[in-house]
Design a protein around this ligand. Structure first.
Ligand SMILES: Nc1nc2c(ncn2[C@@H]2O[C@H](COP(=O)(O)OP(=O)(O)OP(=O)(O)O)[C@@H](O)[C@H]2O)c(=O)[nH]1
Ligand SMILES: [Mg+2]
Length: 397
């Protein structure tokens, strides 16, 4: 009985969530939920404070320096936030975090996402927005997420709620949020841009020039790139993943054929396709087939630093570039952005930032269109992540 009681009062460390984004950084932060006594277990203890005290005896709100792990201990700082919440700060970068998470998971601690690590606020709008902010890929996207997290999205949803029972007005207000869903989806996930063309036209050199480092092997022999190689960058603050692909042609080997299959898989889900041709050579049958196969692609006539040998007519909107001299590359970025974000949201525009928010919005709009006032209201409260107190509206209105 006593044991049961103790277990209830001191649940073991249950979850760990990584609060800072992946990748390099000076400091990474993890949030641990459950009894901090779990960190005192073992000999030596999982966490050894430099001040010699056990974690369970450390007061809330104090930063405590110490070491985590028995073998080659990791330098960390911990801070208890309350009886069952603790933040652990370690060296930034993935290695330290992964090691700590692994050792915790070996002790049964479950890894969860940041918003799941705040049980009282699961699914609340601001928590999701803060998660998007933490994982935003560029400062531009972080600004958008920050506006949503600090009230823009909540106020817009509340305005739609207040407009009820005028379902037409509510529907309009909700559509004004929903229209930015693609921007919202790409706050944390880059748009996918595929670069295709026959072998040797300069796709890899172009990718390297756009990324600013040598991601792909560039070589003067057709069929050099075999796999889909990706790299992330941003054009005017919009995050994109560029994919270098195997030159498309009749494959000469099984490996090349597999590379072409993978290239086509990526192409099937790409947001924008860049078709590259080599204008220092006469057009080949493959060039013509590719230009015809991707009529909506951005057509790039590469190697404009060399004498022109291409005689076929080219569409007016073709961009003449040189991956070697970088001529015309700025326009490539501008054109990609023009295709991806026809119109960007303003700083005061409300944007849904995750699939749950987009789905709630869609259901609320559907209910509004069907004249279902109660259904629409219920979906909006769900979107806010709040429970309605009858007849009352939240004070932050
Ligand atoms: N002069 C000149 N040469 C270029 C340019 N772009 C690429 N090249 C050269 O063209 C050759 C092929 O370049 P890659 O980038 O490897 O071509 P690729 O399209 O990736 O070829 P595969 O991987 O075989 O499909 C290399 O010798 C490059 O240096 C350019 O703009 N100007
Ligand atoms: Mg290549």
């Amino acid at each position: 009985m006593e044991g049961l009681e103790l277990t209830r009062l001191n649940p073991p460390l249950a979850t760990v969530a990584r609060l800072t984004p992946r990748g390099r950084g000076a400091v990474a932060t993890l949030r641990l939920l459950g009894s901090p006594a779990s960190l005192d277990a073992g000999d030596p203890a999982l966490f050894q404070a430099t001040n010699g005290q056990q974690v369970i005896d450390q007061p809330s709100g104090r930063l405590v320096f110490g070491h985590f792990g028995a073998d080659s201990p990791e330098e960390v700082v911990i801070c208890r936030l309350d009886a069952e919440t603790l933040e652990l700060h370690c060296h930034g970068g993935d290695a330290a975090v992964e090691r700590i998470v692994r050792e915790l998971s070996e002790r049964g601690v479950v890894t969860v996402s940041p918003w799941q690590s705040e049980p009282q606020r699961v699914d609340s709008l601001e928590t999701e927005c803060l998660a998007a902010l933490a994982n935003a890929l560029t400062p531009r996207m972080a600004n958008l997420a920050h506006s949503q997290a600090t009230g823009v999205l909540r106020r817009a949803v509340m305005a739609a709620l207040i407009a009820l029972p005028n379902l037409v007005k509510t529907g309009e207000l909700l559509r004004a949020i929903w229209r930015w869903r693609e921007v919202g989806r790409h706050v944390t996930v880059p748009w996918r841009v595929a670069v295709v063309g026959r072998p040797n036209v300069g796709k890899s050199r172009l990718i390297n020039a756009l990324l600013g480092y040598d991601r792909s092997i560039v070589y003067d022999a057709p069929g050099t790139t075999r796999d889909v190689l990706t790299g992330e960058t941003a054009f005017d603050g919009w995050p994109v993943q560029l994919a270098d692909t195997a030159g498309l042609r009749e494959a000469g080997s099984a490996i090349e054929a597999e590379g072409i299959v993978r290239a086509r898989d990526y192409l099937a889900t790409a947001d924008v396709v860049l078709v590259v041709v080599d204008r220092s050579q006469p057009a080949t049958r493959t060039d013509r087939e590719l230009v015809a196969e991707f009529p909506h692609a951005i057509l790039l006539a590469n190697k404009c630093d060399l004498p022109e040998a291409w005689v076929d007519p080219l569409p007016d909107d073709v961009l003449s570039i040189s991956a070697t001299t970088r001529a015309g590359l700025r326009r490539v970025g501008e054109e990609v952005v023009r295709r991806l974000v026809t119109e960007g949201p303003g700083s005061g525009d409300a944007i849904p930032l995750c699939e749950r928010q987009i789905t709630c919005l869609e259901r609320a709009i559907e209910a509004a269109d069907q004249g279902d006032c109660d259904g629409c209201r219920a979906r909006l409260w769900e979107l806010l992540g709040s429970h309605r107190v009858d007849g009352m509206l939240p004070s932050d209105l």
